[in-house]
Write a protein that binds this ligand. Structure first.
Ligand code: NAD
Length: 472
């Protein structure tokens, strides 16, 4: 991104490495005047850069070039993300790879996307064309910055829009790198600009800006609701990818060893800071004690360490203030009467003293309506619940406001099908968990969101349909 004139730059925003507390970088926050200038520049680029009228295969070449450059800088980007939000380096590498795949996929979709034609009805023929909105806002959270940014930016650009990308104030360092790489790969100036700063201030100004024609948001449900209200008032389309409290279900006939490994990875991967974390574990009552004991044993054995330590399985939380939220969440679980089976505190020892570490925590003994079982911790906290039969499971598992994902472990195909259809979730994993491919749509039921990202729908999100009729 070009530097804005100084008067349009705001205060500095620092990024802190949650593993050490050290400052790893800083960006300038965007002021209200700076935002106006960016929106103006984005519209100028949209109308005059030629991007929207490029033939699809030419647009695809630039998206492929962005993917190539991301691949060339993979190690540096993964390391930067590790410092920016504390995820283990191996996970950060995976996220850069996901971003690369996303740009390649939408390069392909952009070349092959077809629209509808209704053949002649006598004296006319009709067909549809897809048109970009113009300037769109993409707002992302801190948990997987490069991956979430790519999931929005690649299809939005593929559809021909100019993008204002607003990363979280807690992980501001990756978005400017993506914008630089895109420009170096041939994306015209102004087509991808980065808005930096606090959500309640510049984020709110961005969604309310009259120059923004579509909003794509990933983050918490309360923020999504606030953005939805503004979008409703302005009558601009909005896509919302929100929180979750995903059930991970183990039936007595499951392959227990695989199920236990997946349950532990499904919640403690990314230190639980994943929208699809399987944060409620449902175990069929007849095997409850046995499966829970194995989950606790495996959780206790997880290697919590610096994100670049060999063999690390869980790093620190993404920030010190987020750790405070997790501490309060577990304190409340205790007040509700929950039994802390492992974890429940920060780890002790010199290696942990300076970082935002928290031990992976397993809780049980709570009723399904307890707040601990209802609200998202967005941290390494798993709550276990027994179920009697399918009907009991479905009632409990569907008994939250969320509906993002679920996992089901059973050897019975018919049961997997029945339960998978009955659970209110946008993604259902059967005998696997947290798999994700760019070709398959992703999004939530109920309070977990509106709209679907990824897949071809992920590009249509950023396009409006125009129906055209030709008299013959
Ligand atoms: P958040 O809602 O606090 O912030 C997300 C983004 O919105 C940030 O960039 C923030 O600056 C901005 N923002 C905050 N208030 C705003 C406002 N009023 N107007 C405009 N922008 C505003 O979420 P977070 O703490 O960064 O991320 C954690 C949440 O994200 C969790 O709930 C998690 O489940 C969710 N999440 C969902 C998905 C998904 O795909 N469904 C993926 C990752 C994370």
């Amino acid at each position: 991104m070009d530097a804005l004139p100084q008067a349009l730059d705001g205060d500095e925003l620092e990024s802190t490495d949650p593993a050490t507390g050290a400052i790893v970088g800083c960006v300038r926050m965007t002021t209200a005047e700076g935002l106006d200038a960016m929106v103006g520049r984005a519209w100028h680029a949209f109308h005059h850069s030629g991007w929207k009228s490029l033939l699809p295969h030419r647009r695809a070449l630039v998206l492929q070039a962005i993917a190539d450059r991301l691949a060339a800088e993979k190690e540096a980007l993964a390391t930067l993300q590790m410092r920016d939000n504390g995820k283990p380096l191996a996970e950060c590498r995976g996220m850069v790879e996901s971003a690369i795949g996303t740009f390649r996929y939408y390069a392909g979709v952009c070349e092959t996307l077809e629209t509808d034609v209704t053949p002649s009805r006598g004296d006319y023929v009709s067909f549809t064309v897809l048109e970009p909105f113009g300037v769109v806002a993409c707002i992302t959270p801190w948990n997987s910055p490069i991956m979430n940014d790519a999931t929005k930016v690649a299809p939005a650009l593929a559809a021909g829009n100019a993008v204002l990308l607003k990363p979280s104030e807690d992980s501001p360092l990756l978005a400017p790198e993506l914008a630089r790489i895109a420009r170096e790969a041939g994306l015209p100036d102004g087509m991808l600009q980065v808005v930096q700063g606090r959500g309640a201030e510049i984020g709110a100004a961005l969604v309310a800006h009259p120059g923004v024609r579509m909003i794509s948001f990933t983050g918490g449900t309360a923020t999504g609701r606030a953005i939805g209200r503004v979008a409703g008032d302005r009558l601009v389309p909005v896509a919302l990818e929100l929180g979750g409290k995903s059930p991970h279900v183990v039936f007595a006939d499951a392959e227990i060893e695989h199920a236990v490994a997946a349950v532990v990875a499904g919640i403690f991967g990314s230190a639980g800071q994943s929208c699809v974390a399987g944060s409620r574990l449902f175990i069929e009552a007849s095997l409850y004690d046995e499966v829970l004991a194995r989950v606790v044993e495996r959780t206790r054995a997880l290697r919590v360490a610096a994100p670049d330590a060999p063999g690390v399985e869980m790093g620190p939380l993404a920030s010190f203030h987020h750790r405070e939220r997790v501490i309060r969440f577990v304190d409340r679980a205790r007040e509700e009467g929950g039994r802390i089976l492992c974890g429940g505190s920060a780890p002790e020892g010199e290696g942990y003293a300076k970082g935002a570490y928290y031990l992976p925590t397993v809780i049980d003994g709570l009723p399904p309506e307890a707040l601990t079982c209802q609200e998202e911790a967005f941290g390494p906290v798993l709550v276990a619940l027994p179920f009697r039969d399918e009907a009991d499971l479905i009632a409990q598992a569907n008994g939250t406001a969320f509906g993002l994902a679920c996992g089901i472990w059973t050897e019975s195909f018919k049961r997997a099908w029945r339960v998978g259809r009955a659970l209110e979730a946008g993604s259902v994993w059967i005998n696997t968990y947290k798999q994700s491919v760019t070709t398959t749509p992703f999004g939530g039921f109920k309070n977990s969101g509106i709209g679907r990202e990824k897949g071809i729908d992920g590009l249509r999100l950023y396009a409006q349909v125009k129906s055209m009729y030709f008299g013959l």
